[in-house]
Design a protein around this ligand. Structure first.
Ligand SMILES: [Zn+2]
Length: 243
C-alpha cells in the first residue's frame, strides 16, 4: 500500500516536472528541486520496502544460547543467511519491522559475546532509525544543496565574470563540505553504535569482534576516510577503549 502510494506520488512528480500536469504557480527551479528530492527518496519508499519485506530466503537464527541473552525490541527478528556482498551482519527493515541478518561465517567464527556486541550495534541503528535518517540526509546533502545554491545565485547581481566564477567555486566548496558533513555524521553514528554495543557487552568483546570482521575481510580500511561511511578499525577500537 505504501509502495503504491509512493509510485503514484512519484508519477505525479514526473508529470509536474515535464509539464504534463500544469502548475503555473510552481517555478521551474522548484519543480527540479521536488523532482530531485523525490528521486533520491525513492530508494527509501519503494526499493527498500520491496527488498525488506522479503524474508523468505532468510533462516531463523536458532542459536538459543545467544538469543536468550538479547532483548530484542518489538518487531525485530534475528536471521541468518550467507551474504552476497560479504557484509557480515546487516539490518533490513522499515520503521516498524526489522530483521538483523547474520552471516553463518560469523556465527561459526565469533564468540557469543562478540556476536552480542555486533547485534547490539545493529539494534542501536534500529532504535535510532538510522537507515531512514541516512536516506533523508543523503537526499538533502546530494540533491537539495546544489538546488539551493542555484536558487541563491538568482538573487545575486554578478557584475563581472570573475564574480560569477568566484560564486561557482564557493558553491563547489560548500557542496563538498556538505557531503563531507554527511559522511562525518554517518561515521559518528557508527562510533555511537559501537559504544552502545559495548555497553551491553564489553570493550574487549567489541574490539575482538571488530578485529575478527577485519580478518574475515568484512571490514576493510580505506585511505579515503573522509568519504567513508565507516571509520577505520583503529579509530573504532580507540573509541571502544576510551569508554
Ligand atoms: Zn553500523
Amino acid at each position: 500500500m505504501r509502495v503504491l502510494l509512493a509510485v503514484i506520488v512519484y508519477i505525479l512528480v514526473i508529470f509536474i516536472r515535464i509539464n504534463i500536469i500544469k502548475t503555473p504557480y510552481i517555478d521551474e527551479n522548484t519543480k527540479s528541486l521536488i523532482f530531485i528530492f523525490a528521486t533520491l527518496l525513492i530508494p527509501t519508499f519503494i526499493i527498500r520496502p520491496i527488498f525488506n519485506s522479503n524474508v523468505k530466503d532468510l533462516e531463523p537464527l536458532n542459536y538459543k544460547e545467544l538469543e536468550d541473552t538479547i532483548k530484542l525490541p518489538k518487531g525485530t527478528t534475528l536471521y541468518t543467511k550467507k551474504s552476497l556482498f560479504n557484509n557480515g551482519i546487516y539490518v533490513k527493515g522499515n520503521l516498524t519491522k526489522n530483521s538483523i541478518v547474520i552471516d553463518p561465517v560469523l556465527i561459526d567464527k565469533l564468540k557469543i559475546e562478540e556476536l552480542r556486541f555486533l547485534i547490539y550495534h545493529e539494534l542501536a541503528h534500529i532504535k535510532n532509525n538510522d537507515i531512514t535518517k541516512n536516506q533523508f540526509l543523503f537526499a538533502l546533502s546530494y540533491g537539495v544543496t546544489p538546488i539551493i545554491l542555484i536558487l541563491i545565485s538568482r538573487f545575486i547581481d554578478f557584475k563581472t565574470m570573475s564574480h560569477l566564477i568566484a560564486y561557482i567555486i564557493i558553491s563547489v566548496v560548500i557542496y563538498l563540505i556538505v557531503i563531507l558533513l554527511y559522511f562525518l555524521h554517518k561515521r559518528k553514528r557508527e562510533l555511537a553504535c559501537d559504544r552502545y554495543g559495548s555497553s551491553y557487552t564489553s570493550s574487549e568483546a567489541g574490539t575482538h569482534a571488530l578485529i575478527a570482521l577485519q580478518q574475515l575481510e568484512i571490514l576493510k580500511d580505506t585511505k579515503l576516510v573522509l568519504f567513508s561511511d565507516h571509520p577505520n578499525l583503529h579509530k573504532r577500537i580507540e573509541n571502544l577503549q576510551n569508554e
